[in-house]
Design a protein around this ligand. Structure first.
Ligand code: PLP
Length: 471
């Protein structure tokens, strides 16, 4: 499979190239040149497969020719063998038509592990024969940082520098990052807020000299390999609920539009998806875009579902690319307009195309708390704030009654136990593999919110890419 940029200017790359590059050089995002597709028989045959084997089937067309099935199988078995549930992503029935797809049984208790555990192994595998070294830099408000650190700790030829705003991530989130003591993991607590940390990361990527010297790379959901890994659980869940003979609908707690875009990809590949419900909190740019075409960034409102607190959803560009009939030049123009004015009005045609598969709902904090309480009282199920937003959106939808509705459970309730306790009165316990978390040794450095200081810190610790070491 070749990968092309949504903005039409960057060179096409193979799977390995797209994985290591992250963002395309023209500012666009990599997407497959065409959607692979599975026949009904091929989909039906997935019903008897383990999670890792389903991953091999779904990922094979994306990873060829860089990885054959044997190589993929080794990576998938390794990545998903580390999950704390035999089914990896179990389906749990709530009532006659509602299901939860639990995506939080990985090492850091959020769905990001499903993709990042595999991405860490892909990095290591692709870098092994190359004379180069990668430096992953990121800013995190919590979930991404811990999942990325857990995925890259101890891997060869990669260093990771993760910036978090000092004192503004939860204790669980901080300890999940800072108690990982592998020498290639560097935690930096920035004296500033998340936006300050993120602005510094962007500035470092924008400094061509610095970015080239250390071969900077990103692990957020602009990375295609992450999205590819997330397509797998849509197939895994749907075939267990009767696909391909029966359609299935999914409700997805959405921030950067990565997870729900993976559902769109599954539908393009032949999975009979009745509907994808984009569930947002009050940071509702996507809900406005889907209901009246108003894709405009507003003021960020911090909520109890922080991983959905976004102003701009990067991966929405991937959907727009298809809705613009893959016209990279036209989309580049639209996105440049958005970057300048922070708003984009979607035309009737584009909205019509999106509406064929997607609907949306905006769930405020009262409705979120109510959903947590009702799940606890109704079926005894404790859910986290992000999942609650997805479930509330599923319950409010007009999907036909005979279609199973699957809500993606994106975080373990213990990861957001204060909000869960406020809503339900119950304080969820950390699972056994994290029970000693607060007794473990922490390691991190505190730096001022000053770009020069952070760059110096990184330059002193990162390994330069190969070109530099030779010259
Ligand atoms: C990252 C995250 C989301 C949002 O996923 P996107 O792919 O950014 O839309 C939702 N819930 C949780 C718990 C997350 O960590």
């Amino acid at each position: 499979m070749r990968y092309i940029s949504t903005r039409g200017q960057a060179p096409a790359l193979d799977f390995e190239g797209a994985t290591l590059a992250g963002l395309a050089a023209d500012g666009g995002l990599y997407v497959p040149e065409s959607w692979p597709s599975f026949s009904r028989d091929e989909i039906a045959a997935m019903a008897s497969l383990s999670y890792a084997e389903t991953a091999v089937r779904v990922l094979a067309p994306f990873a060829a020719p860089n990885l054959d099935e044997v190589a993929l199988r080794g990576l998938c078995e390794h990545a998903y063998g580390a999950f704390h549930h035999d089914a990896v992503t179990p389906l749990v029935q709530l009532d006659e038509r509602h299901w939860l797809l639990e995506l939080f049984h990985g090492p850091t208790l959020a769905f990001k592990d499903v993709a990042l555990q595999l991405l860490g192994l892909l990095f290591e595998r692709f870098l092994a024969p190359l004379d180069t070294h990668l430096t992953v830099i990121g800013a995190t408000s919590g979930d991404t940082g811990s999942a990325a650190i857990e995925a890259l700790a101890g891997r060869d030829k990669v260093d990771i520098f993760m910036l978090h705003p000092q004192g503004r991530v939860s204790d669980v989130q901080r300890c999940q990052m800072t108690t990982v003591l592998a020498p290639n993991v560097h935690n930096i607590a920035i004296q500033g807020d998340f936006d300050a940390a993120q602005a510094m990361v962007k500035a470092m990527f924008g400094d061509a000299d610095f970015a080239g010297r250390f071969r900077l790379s990103a692990v957020n959901s602009i990375n295609w390999a992450r999205l590819a890994a997330q397509i797998v659980y849509y197939f895994y869940a749907a075939v267990r609920l009767g696909a391909p003979d029966r359609k299935v609908a999914f409700s997805v707690p959405t921030g950067n539009f990565g997870d729900v875009f993976a559902g769109y990809a599954a539908a393009q590949m032949g999975l009979p998806v009745e509907r994808l419900i984009v569930a947002t909190n009050v940071n509702d740019i996507l809900h406005r875009a889907l209901t009246n075409g108003d894709y405009s960034a507003g003021e960020l409102v911090p909520t109890a579902a922080p991983s959905m607190d976004i102003q701009v959803s990067s991966n929405f560009e991937r959907l727009l690319f298809d809705c613009y009939d893959r016209d990279g030049a036209a989309l580049a123009q639209a996105m440049q307009g958005f970057d300048a004015s922070r708003r984009l009005q979607l035309g009737e045609n584009v909205r019509g195309r999106i509406g064929e598969l997607f609907s949306s709902a905006r769930i405020d904090s009262d409705a979120m708390s109510l959903a947590m309480r009702k799940a606890a009282e109704g079926s005894g199920t404790i859910i986290d704030p992000h999942t609650a937003i997805g479930l509330a959106a599923a319950q409010a939808s007009d999907v036909p009654a005979d279609i199973p509705l699957v809500t993606l459970a994106t975080a373990h309730p213990a990861k957001f136990r204060d909000a869960v306790e406020r809503a339900t009165g119950a304080r969820p316990m950390l699972p056994p593999h994290l029970s000693g978390l607060f007794d473990r040794e922490e390691r991190f450095d505190v730096l001022p919110g000053d770009l020069a200081a952070v760059k110096t810190y990184i330059a002193e610790r990162a390994t330069p890419a190969a070109q530099d070491r030779l010259s």
